[in-house]
Write a protein that binds this ligand. Structure first.
Ligand SMILES: *Cc1c(COP(=O)(O)O)cnc(C)c1O
Length: 361
């Protein structure tokens, strides 16, 4: 009845342990839908990873989460520090933290004004300063970092500064040039820290940085490559809920479409509520839209759009746009028709999918 994520537990756990062992100082990232696993499950797993420090060679003292709204979900399942990736602002949930968990939070500060306000409200606050990168999302320029350094110095060492954070773009050929420039700016700023938090560096890039900046501690924040790094350990399936024969010309679906040829309407679990197929054109059957989709190879000649569901290894077409919790597929005559109750494979974007069940064996 469900859209299910099945995990080969032994294989997944082994991949997690290996990844942590390969990345000293790793800060696992658990945010949003928890990469499909939920933040709660990843927080518990981070605790488990810390308990296996003897195997990985390193304690896991910090877990990164995305927002202040995620603090409670993680805090009750993981004992260490919680680094909030969304920068602190003088409004919203950052100001409503529970007193007991507040002391475990490490804030991200990306503006000089926020640094002053945060420390005024909570003189003991621990934080990282975010540095602006080529992403241009959040962060302080070289000049702003220098200003922050002066403000912290004026406060006679009572600084909760834990390091400088940089968020790097994906898939650039090499980050090393940019990271070197950014680290040089940290040095020039006079900030009293030699710890940088980075994202999206390869293993080789991290090794290179360790050689080039031996006095720096580089801590990689890793989400995808940790939780989703061994896709072979993860299987996503939907359940076949119903099957109906259709003759050419018979109607089906919310919009009363007629079947362009004979075959079967196969109803499977998984719809928009799970994040299924939102990229498919919804109801726009104008000639132009169809031509565009056809040109991308996403639609067959009779106007059906490719779905992420496959049967016997063959990707099947949506008979119409996905419904909230189910989808209608079209299986042409001649192909094997799955039986009701059968599980079929689904290809999903894990960071955008909400599973009904996560099963770890
Ligand atoms: C999500 C996120 C990460 C982790 O990214 P992955 O690609 O999942 O490894 C690291 N840093 C920041 C600031 C993020 O928001």
């Amino acid at each position: 009845m469900s859209l299910t994520l099945s995990i080969d537990g032994e294989r997944w756990r082994q991949h997690l342990l290996t990844t942590v062992a390969q990345h000293p100082g790793i800060i696992p990232v658990a945010k949003g839908n928890g990469y499909g696993f939920t933040v709660a499950r990843l927080a518990r797993r981070a605790q488990w990873l810390d308990e296996h420090a003897a195997e990985t060679g390193a304690r896991l003292d910090v877990l990164a989460i995305g927002t202040y709204d995620e603090v409670e979900q993680a805090a009750s399942r993981y004992d260490g520090d919680l680094l909030v990736l969304t920068p602190w602002r003088p409004f919203g949930p950052a100001l409503r933290l529970d007193g007991r968990t507040a002391t475990r939070v490490v804030h991200t500060v990306s503006r000089a004004a926020d640094l002053a306000q945060l420390r005024e409200r909570d003189p003991g606050a621990r934080f990282v300063l975010e540095q602006l990168t080529s992403m241009r999302r959040h962060g302080m320029s070289r000049r702003e970092l220098a200003t922050a350094a002066e403000a912290l110095e004026a406060d006679s060492g009572r600084s909760g500064l834990r390091g400088v954070a940089m968020h790097l773009p994906l898939n650039t050929t090499s980050h090393l040039g940019e990271v070197s420039r950014l680290i040089n700016d940290v040095v020039a700023s006079g900030l009293p820290t030699r710890t940088v938090f980075v994202s999206h560096l390869t293993h080789a890039e991290l090794a290179q940085l360790a050689t080039s900046y031996p006095d720096f501690t580089v801590r990689p924040r890793i989400g995808t490559a940790l939780w989703l790094g061994d896709r072979g350990a993860l299987t996503v399936t939907a359940t076949v809920l119903d099957v109906h024969d259709v003759e050419r010309g018979e109607t089906f679906g919310y919009r009363g479409r007629t079947a362009p040829k004979g075959g079967h309407i196969v109803v499977v679990s998984g719809g928009t509520a799970h994040g299924i197929g939102l990229e498919a054109p919804t109801g726009d059957q104008s000639l132009k839209a169809r031509a565009a989709t056809l040109a991308r190879g996403g639609m067959d000649a009779v106007g059906f759009v490719r779905s992420p569901f496959s049967i016997d290894g063959k990707q099947r077409l949506f008979a119409e746009p996905p419904h909230m919790q189910a989808s209608l597929l079209f299986v042409p005559s001649g192909a094997r028709v799955p039986r009701i109750g059968e599980e079929i494979d689904v290809r999903v974007r894990f960071t955008a999918t909400c599973f009904d069940r996560v099963v770890i064996d």
